[in-house]
Design a protein around this ligand. Sequence first.
Ligand code: PEP
Ligand code: MN
Length: 346
Amino acid sequence: MIVVMKVDSNEQEIASVVARIESVGLKAHLSRGVERTIVGVVGQVFPELRDMLELLPGVDEVIPVSKPYKLCSREFHPQDTTIKVGGFTIGAKEVVVMAGPCAIESEQQLLETATAVKAAGATILRGGAFKPSTSPYHFRGLGEPGLELLARVKTEVGLPVITEVMSPAEVELVARYADILQIGARNMQNFNLLVEVGKMGKPVMLKRGLSATVQEWLLAAEYILAQGNSQLMLCERGIRTFETYTRNTMDISVIPIVEKVSHLPIIADPSHGTGKWYLVTPLALAAVAAGADGIMVEVHPQPDSALKDGAQSLTFENFHLLMSRLKLVVEAVGRCLASPSVKVES
Ligand code: PEP
Ligand code: MN
């Protein structure tokens, strides 16, 4: 349920609406727009509440919200969420490019990649130290020593970093190193993990689960927002379908869908979305043309000897080509590429 305040409502009237909502054991979520304030009601609402709130001074109308997700819905929060990271803003006019290896393998591999992607115009360095792996016999990441390499390269090259956290017990550790905490597709419904990252005051990127519907994905996002962390972005990374030619089916349509139903920024990951390096650039262009706020792309100095996801990783040269083509699409849709930040908090 949302309470739309009148254009000329005053602070006292808004406060009374909040107090009334709280007096019946529910939570109020304020969203202040340029013209009006909207008060969202969070919790189990009851039919009489609508009349109770509609009678209060300053209230224009009370609208029931049909969707089960609330805090991440546009109805609750009409303005786009924007997230500041390393000198630029995600979810506004700028399009961000997150690039780097799937897994951190060595200092040299990470440093070379970070230097190359920054020179080509990337704005955020990606690299996993804790890797989800379908097989327990495959490389599962360097763990904390990998995070230390990430911190060193971050300072040396001057790019903010995004890295995955896989377990609630490791959230604090990973948050010490990461500018953005990544929740991987396999953990989209690890509710204890969502609660823990929700408690950290750090930006989070929530990937869509392998077979998750939009509603399941947004309800997972709701877990993070409900803990008071509003710095959340979503990431489409392909879903499982009957098609086996590609690793996953990249769902481009979900980009405008998310933009319609939610205020959260949406990033596209065509590397995991396709599993094939030669499909990464076309799908990255399509995603930005469809309205994505950024892309995440895997890049490796030598994809054929990568410990993880070599088949979907771009060489430096191919990443450079992607960037030159991406710039044209970004400009065609009236946006601009975020420029690599000069100052990064270490
Ligand atoms: C990754 O980004 O390296 C990754 C494991 O992604 P996903 O969770 O989308 O499979
Ligand atoms: Mn990967």
